[in-house]
Unconditional design. Structure first.
Length: 84
């Protein structure tokens, strides 16, 4: 079994996404925090990059959705802080 660069990139993305979710569950970060959304943006981007060589439509749809929702969270954070 050969571990490829894209596998490592994807695993880092998965690790980041799981860390963000774990931190949320133990209440170390809040769902509306920039750190939660930003970690998810980076994680989903890395996972998406990992599937470009070996395409998987369902994974692409999932990661694109995750990315868009996380970007929305970042935008929401900045619009809240700007209005305060």
């Amino acid at each position: 079994m050969d571990i490829l660069v894209e596998d490592i990139i994807g695993l880092i993305g998965v690790l980041l996404t799981l860390i963000a979710y774990f931190l949320l569950q133990i209440e170390a970060i809040k769902s509306e925090s920039l750190s939660y959304s930003f970690i998810n943006v980076v994680g989903s981007l890395l996972i998406f990059c990992s599937i470009l060589k070996t395409w998987n439509l369902s994974a692409a749809v999932m990661e694109t959705s995750w990315l868009l929702i996380s970007i929305y969270g970042c935008i929401k954070y900045f619009s809240k802080t700007k209005s305060q």
